[in-house]
Ligand binder design. Structure first.
Ligand code: SF4
Ligand code: SF4
Length: 83
């Protein structure tokens, strides 16, 4: 699954530079995660690093973008081939 930032985000800038896939960008009001780029950190870390650094726990699983571990691994491979 990709992850989702909820609207309690305080725009603290902690998560954006930590994302290994550059999936986090500033949206119109708060930071947003691109579900096409978020691998839940599969391929890079054991757990989602954005969740680890967020001081207010406003990042969670996006129920609209459910993916298996295998699908996340394939997404990681595809992203690496593009970069
Ligand atoms: Fe980026 Fe990892 Fe957070 Fe997804 S889980 S947005 S890949 S830091
Ligand atoms: Fe928002 Fe959390 Fe990212 Fe800070 S770390 S910008 S509060 S999502």
């Amino acid at each position: 699954m990709a992850l989702l930032i909820d609207d309690s985000c305080i725009n603290c800038d902690m998560c954006e530079p930590e994302c290994p896939n550059s999936a986090i960008t500033m949206g119109e009001e708060i930071y947003e995660i691109d579900p096409l780029l978020c691998t839940e950190c599969v391929g890079h870390y054991d757990k989602p690093t954005c969740i680890s650094v967020c001081p207010i726990d406003c990042i969670a699983i996006d129920p609209n973008h459910k993916e298996s571990q295998n699908e996340l691994q394939m997404k990681y491979t595809a992203i690496m081939e593009l970069t």
